[in-house]
Design a protein around this ligand. Structure first.
Ligand code: NCD
Ligand code: ZN
Ligand code: ZN
Ligand code: ZN
Length: 382
């Protein structure tokens, strides 16, 4: 018997954008540590990105992740995405059919971004014929070379080259048009700008099958909040202007953006210590996502609890056609028990992820998961 008195019982959280780093970058994260981190964050299902080494672009690599997740995945459901192009080089398409058969749930260019429009159009046509989604990272490389943060006050103050909003929106616009032409389900990764939102909204209005996701950090932080030259504030897309942040919040509220994801991107302490210019992009997110969203949007009264949970449970399942969004009668429970009362500071030392790279260190939050259950079994408990 589990005593959940005074706590929230929700269907399990679902995160459709996670970097597990295995195979190849086990010093950053493994399937074991990443799933443990997910369970502690209240997530019962996660989808993992293919920018590992080797890249997840063959049935064998997809199978490898599924096998490891089965034995070392701490009971968390792990759904792999396959790479759109061979080795994420943008030159030739991978074998979508074989990867689908092996268990890939969609195809993505996350981390790199397919630059060639014909290549992306071919990928979308093929995905459409297989009834599979394309999940696109959306970044024009030529506009971002050497820029570690967004254009804005922080870049100016520190003499850094800035990433412009167009570098994302140009690809969103391109890919909405290609999705219209091919009829594919196009899901936009980590949307962060007002312009991208506008283009997705227009696409939805004319019936294009386009969906979008946003990360907690792009709903909570702007580039003006970056305190110093600290690479724990460096991620892709970068923190944008306060105006973009408000546009992102409104896009969630009006349904233009469908779901909330973490883009959990662990890196080692050594890598992040290289500084703002040289360090890799990315921050961890699994263990802070729900408390951040709850504290900033529900505890403040802007959103209802039901609205937030919808974006982290029911909607991701709907968007990707997964069976685990809602608790249904007769189904073994995927659920999360959450303590909405106790306030606690974010302490990266306590993370179960190998990654400590977060800009939220010390933030006092409520909404900490207390127990996570997958298929009726407890997979993590406080
Ligand atoms: C991701 C990573 O580290 O793999 N980094 C990031 O800043 N988000 C790649 C990505 O999601 O584009
Ligand atoms: Zn990305
Ligand atoms: Zn793109
Ligand atoms: Zn990512």
């Amino acid at each position: 018997i589990i005593d959940a008195a005074g706590k929230l019982v929700s269907s399990g959280l679902i995160d459709m954008h996670v970097h597990l780093r295995e195979p190849g970058f086990e010093y950053k994260e493994t399937i074991a540590t990443g799933t443990r981190s997910a369970a502690r964050g209240g997530f019962t299902t996660i989808a993992c990105m293919p920018n590992t080494r080797p890249i997840l672009g063959t049935p064998e690599t997809i199978q490898l992740v599924l096998d490891k997740a089965e034995t070392e995945g701490n009971g968390v459901r792990v759904l792999p995405y396959g790479s759109i192009t061979v080795n994420e080089l943008g030159r030739e398409l991978t074998d979508f059919i074989a990867m689908k058969q092996a268990g890939a749930i969609g195809f993505t260019d996350d981390g790199v971004g397919v630059q060639n429009a014909q290549m992306m159009k071919n990928a979308m046509s093929l995905a459409k014929s297989l009834d599979m989604p394309i999940i696109a990272h959306c970044e024009d490389e030529s506009l971002v070379v050497g820029a570690p943060v967004a254009e804005g006050s922080f870049a100016t103050k520190h003499g850094l080259k800035g990433i412009p909003n167009e570098s994302e929106a140009i690809h969103v616009g391109r890919d909405v048009l290609l999705a219209e032409a091919t009829g594919v389900h196009y899901h936009v990764c980590h949307v962060s700008t007002e312009q991208s939102v506008r283009l997705i909204r227009q696409g939805k209005a004319v019936g294009v099958h386009v969906t979008g996701e946003v990360c907690p950090h792009h709903l909570i932080l702007s580039e003006e909040d970056i305190p110093e030259m600290d690479a724990n504030w460096k991620m892709n897309p970068p923190l944008r202007s306060a105006k973009d942040v408000e546009a992102m919040i409104q896009a969630v509220e009006d349904g233009t953006i469908d779901i909330i994801v973490t883009d959990h991107a662990p890196h080692s302490e050594e890598e992040k210590a290289k500084g703002m210019q040289a360090a890799p992009f990315g921050i961890v997110g699994l263990e802070t996502a729900f408390p951040l969203m709850y504290t900033k949007f529900v505890a403040t009264g802007r959103w209802t609890l039901a609205f937030l949970l919808d974006k982290m449970t029911v909607k991701p399942a709907e968007v990707f056609g997964l069976p685990w969004g809602k608790l249904a009668e007769g189904q073994e429970a995927d659920l999360t028990i959450i303590d909405l009362e106790t306030e606690k500071a974010v302490q990266p030392d306590e993370f179960l992820s190998k990654g400590r790279n977060t800009p939220f260190t010390g933030w006092k939050l409520k909404g900490w998961p207390a127990m996570t259950m997958v298929g009726g079994k407890v997979v993590w408990s406080e």
